[in-house]
Design a protein around this ligand. Sequence first.
Ligand SMILES: [Zn+2]
Length: 65
Amino acid sequence: MKKHNIMIPKPRSNFVKIECESCQETMILYTYSTKTIQCKSCNAELVINTGGHAKILGKIIETMD
Ligand SMILES: [Zn+2]
């Protein structure tokens, strides 16, 4: 999978807006990410890879798919 910042209109696409519970920073993330994603502001882990599906640790405030 290549790194692209464009939305691909696939039925399984699942973007979520997540709020970091430590610093309230919000970010839009892809839930099928295969790597750990950290808050860009405080470096708290927001998404961890559990081997197949990402586990979201932050607070989901909006889903957009
Ligand atoms: Zn944070």
